[in-house]
Write a protein that binds this ligand. Structure first.
Ligand SMILES: [Zn+2]
Length: 460
């Protein structure tokens, strides 16, 4: 049954906001944006000046190449990782012992390619333990600490890596600072990985650990290059849009999952894609003048990212990346050629744009970490030929009790959810044919924090 209280209609309208906030087509109904005061406050605490200071510090190590020196106190990836660790430890002081910081070391064998000899690398990780001991959900936000210049094997030459990926690491650090003092029932991991440029090594290490230890990892947010707002060649200037990449058909499926995907035409509804849509909705709810552009591919041509080892291990994972790229300032030796400055230098970053992209991450993480668990066993009843849709599910077995559920609906040809119904029961009959729309169900608490949407499986 659809509960039709005043609250319901209010919420239904509120949740359309994410979809229309930046497009504002004329002639549509008014939208109401309802924001959680605490998330709003955290978003306001993100500072462009802090982000700039963090990026400039990261760029000051000359290079953070994964194979650069560990001995020098001021230069190289060793000094850089010690500094990030010390910063995390400072932030952890506000966490009443809940945030722990470690260098998570891992060994990589020589591979005749980007790793010439056996080496020990390390991710810098700050884990903000959830306040509910029965809540096993884990959320990860990452950037990659390592940098590179033109020659991928050059571990000595300057590689400031301000944007790639100083921007991602700085955002991770700023969020760790702000979120450390807040209480979330779920666990959040803030990580600066290494070995990205040498083959996504640090992310793979962490993804395999999560898989081996059977983590309930519900979201992995990879931030790789989120600070550049101007393109070369096409000379675009754009600090109002950001891309989120997500896989369509999951990298790993059992035969049964593949069969079910085909049977339900689920090729555009992987868990990673649900996460991407979720971030668009939440990001646009909290961050002004930022439109999240969903790119329905896993990553760009010729490029890879740290979300991929996670999706390859079956976890929902996305990449946040600036709208336009500037190839004069990526993977380039620092030099001037024909009057043009090349190199990934801090002066080419748009720190106000970075602030908004960091805020998109913070709002998404906080909203999800405060949300109830997602509903269980979500099914669409296909027993009878009918012009309606019968959906059923179970309340989550763990975590806080949901205040209700959002049933999401969209045209099969629509890239984003278009309509929300608020339901307090664990089933609903909607007067729309199940053959003509896609549906999903989220659990929501009284403050409006919603879980990730769950796509239904057919039940009889
Ligand atoms: Zn990168």
């Amino acid at each position: 049954m659809i509960t039709r209280s005043t609250l319901t209609s209010l919420l239904a309208v509120v949740l359309m906001a994410g979809l229309y906030f930046t497009n504002l087509p004329t002639g549509t109904a008014q939208t109401i944006v309802r924001q959680d005061e605490e998330i709003k406050k955290m978003v306001e605490e993100i500072s462009a000046a802090n982000l700039e200071a963090l990026v400039r510090k990261l760029a000051s190590f000359d290079t953070r190449h994964s194979l650069s020196t560990l001995k020098d106190k001021k230069k190289g990836v060793g000094a850089a990782r010690e500094w990030v660790k010390a910063e995390f430890e400072k932030y952890a002081q506000a966490s009443s012992g809940r945030m722990t910081v470690e260098l998570d070391k891992y060994n990589v064998k020589a591979n005749g390619q980007r790793i010439p000899q056996d080496v020990e690398l390390a991710n810098v990780m700050a884990t903000l333990k959830g306040t509910d001991p029965n809540d096993d959900r884990v959320l990860i936000i990452s950037g990659h600490l390592d940098s590179r210049n033109t020659d991928i094997m050059d571990a000595k030459g300057k590689a400031p890596g301000a944007n790639d990926d100083g921007s991602g690491v700085a955002a991770v650090m700023e969020l760790a600072r702000i979120m450390a003092s807040r209480q979330f029932p779920a666990t959040i991991i803030f990580v600066a990985v290494t070995g990205e440029e040498q083959g996504l090594l640090g992310a793979r290490h962490l993804a395999e650990k999560a898989k081996a230890q059977n983590w309930n990892l519900i979201a992995m947010l990879n931030n790789d290059m989120i600070g550049n707002s101007s393109s070369d060649e096409t000379e675009l200037r754009n600090n109002m849009q950001v891309r989120i990449f997500s896989e369509g058909i999951p990298a790993v499926e059992t035969e049964e999952q593949a069969r079910m995907r085909r049977a339900t035409n689920r090729e555009n509804d992987s868990e990673s894609r649900q996460l991407a849509r979720y971030m668009k909705e939440i990001g646009e709810r909290y961050v002004d003048q930022l439109e999240v552009k969903l790119v329905y591919r896993n990553d760009r041509f010729l490029r890879g990212g740290d979300h991929t080892p996670f999706s390859q291990n079956g976890f929902p994972a996305i990449r946040v990346c600036e709208m336009n790229e500037n190839y004069r300032h990526q993977h380039q030796d620092v030099r001037v050629e024909n009057g043009v400055q090349y190199g990934d230098l801090p002066e080419f970053i748009d720190y106000e744009y970075m602030r908004k992209n960091a805020a998109l991450n913070l709002a998404s993480l906080a909203n999800l970490a405060w949300a109830p668990y997602a509903p269980a066993n979500v099914g669409v009843n296909i027993k009878n030929l009918t012009n309606k849709t019968d959906l059923q599910w179970e309340a989550p077995a763990k975590g806080k009790r949901p205040a209700g559920y959002y049933v999401l609906m969209r045209e099969t040809s629509s890239p984003v959810w278009e309509k929300k119904f608020f339901v307090q029961d664990t089933n609903v009959t909607l007067p729309y044919s199940k053959d003509n729309y896609f549906f999903a169900v989220q659990a929501v608490d009284a403050e409006g924090h919603e879980s990730l949407p769950v796509f239904p499986v057919p039940v009889r």
